[in-house]
Design a protein around this ligand. Sequence first.
Ligand code: SF4
Length: 79
Amino acid sequence: MAFVITSPCKDEKAGECVEVCPVDCIEEGKDMFYIDPAICIDCGACEAVCPVEAIYIEDEVPEAETKYIDINRKYFEEQ
Ligand code: SF4
C-alpha cells in the first residue's frame, strides 16, 4: 500500500508534500508530483498538507482517479 497523488495536482504542483515527506519519496514530474510506492511508509503527512486534496491512500482513491495508482508506479519504473 502507498499514498497516491491524483489529478488535482496537475498544473497545481503546490509542493508542500515534498517538504513534509520523511522518506523523500515524492518527486516532481513535468505536470505533477508522484509518490514512489516502493518507498512510501504510509505516514499520511503529505495528505494532510496538500492544499488541493490530491493525495489518497491507495485503497481510498476515488473511482474516477484510480488510473493514477498505475501512473505513480510507472513514473518510477521508467526512471
Ligand atoms: Fe511520504 Fe508519508 Fe506521503 Fe508516503 S504518506 S509519500 S511517506 S509523506
